[in-house]
Design a protein around this ligand. Structure first.
Ligand code: AMP
Ligand code: MG
Length: 359
């Protein structure tokens, strides 16, 4: 299959005539059962008509994604939630008013309209209204209900720039829309509203505190940061290895100077064994590292910059054939919880705790 790549700048959310027409055609393609990758404010999505079982099957095939890992349905107008959700709770409307359009996904009981192919066999459906202007316009032209997991081959880091969508999806899907670099860089927060109290299944830019301010008590799935809990994550997709670079990634936790010293001793030893080494570090420590490739995610205080760069850096290590990667560890509260959740998954929970008490 020939994949068409189109660039859409949409400066300040204003589309040129040509861009509008390109999006209309891409939307038509979705309505006819095609697949279109597009930017959202979180990561690039791989879109198909969520109400067409054949489209969902094609999404799983293109990603190589296990079919029990359900897809998120993207809408562009709040009222459309009533078509795909069986009972829309008051809580759902409350948080939709507060955080939509934006990086928040809600789990709710599905209506009969949503095929099991889209929900991975579940009676619940994940719904989100993204804020990215290209995503919103495409959803409108695509018929209103677009299933869109991240546009990467299953297991790899989610794409935050079109280059990596092309790398994974060229030849497998109809259209790739290049809308530049995304803003947030990590996938949406997922909250399950079918349980009481509501439970966060995946951390993201919308934090537990922000949700608790609107909903009162909110729980968080214990598996999010602790692989050791021995429990299965409640979002089916969270049990799979994810976001992983090809090289071996180790997260090192402790005081910044001790972490840098530890990482330097590791990279020195690795280099002697012939490995190409890489480090993910913050600006504060950047010039201390001695690895072959050093990626500076931003200042330790600037979590938005860390979130936005993490996946691209993991991909770039692959491009540069780095085989041993070490990362600093970050604060695990607020948006930092989402960063650490993705980083630990990418590392297969391979973490060295320098400040852990001796056993
Ligand atoms: P992605 O589309 O790659 O962002 O992944 C979607 C995530 O949403 C996966 O971790 C899924 O397991 C989760 N998800 C989607 N639908 C549901 C659902 N009905 N119940 C629980 N988790 C869901
Ligand atoms: Mg994904």
């Amino acid at each position: 299959m020939e994949t068409k790549v189109i660039k859409i700048q949409a400066e300040n959310g204003v589309f040129s005539k040509a861009e509008e027409e390109a999006l209309r055609l891409a939307g038509e393609n979705l309505q006819q059962g095609g697949l279109v990758a597009f930017p959202t404010e979180t990561v690039y999505g791989l879109g198909g008509d969520a109400l067409n079982p054949a489209s969902s099957r094609k999404i799983y095939a293109a990603k190589g994604r296990p079919s029990d890992n359900p897809l998120i349905v993207h809408i562009s107008r709040l009222e459309d939630i009533y078509e795909i959700v069986d009972t829309v709770s008051e809580d759902a409307i409350k948080i939709a008013r507060e955080f939509w359009p934006g990086p928040l996904t809600m789990i709710l009981p599905k209506s009969a309209k949503v095929p099991y192919e889209t929900t991975g066999g579940l009676d619940t459906v994940a719904v989100r209204m993204p804020s990215h202007p290209v995503a919103r316009k495409l959803i409108e032209y695509g018929g209103g209900y677009i299933a869109a997991p991240s546009a990467n081959i299953s297991g790899k880091p989610s794409p935050t720039v079109a280059k990596y969508v092309i790398e994974d999806m060229d030849g497998k899907i109809d259209v790739i829309i290049d809308g530049g670099e995304v803003g947030i860089g990590l996938e949406s927060t997922i909250i399950d509203l079918t349980v009481t109290p509501p439970e966060i299944l995946r951390p993201g830019y919308i934090t537990d505190k922000m949700l608790a301010e609107v909903l009162g008590q909110v729980d968080t799935d214990v598996t999010i940061l602790h692989a050791e809990s021995g429990q299965a994550p409640k979002a089916p997709g969270m049990k799979y290895r994810h976001y992983a670079p090809k090289g071996e990634l180790t997260v090192v936790q402790g005081a910044p100077e001790a972490v840098a010293a530890y990482i330097n001793s590791c990279t020195t030893a690795d280099k002697q064994k012939g490995y190409k080494t890489g480090v993910i570090g913050t600006q504060e420590m950047a010039n201390v590292y001695q690895a072959d490739v050093i990626k500076v995610v931003g200042s330790r205080q600037d979590e938005e910059s860390i979130g936005r760069h993490l996946y691209s850096f993991l991909r770039e290590f692959d491009d540069e054939q780095v085989t041993r990667i070490y990362s600093e560890s970050f604060a695990s509260e607020g948006f930092g919880q989402a960063i650490m959740n993705r980083l630990l998954k990418a590392a297969g929970h391979n973490i060295v705790r320098l400040d852990a008490p001796e056993v």
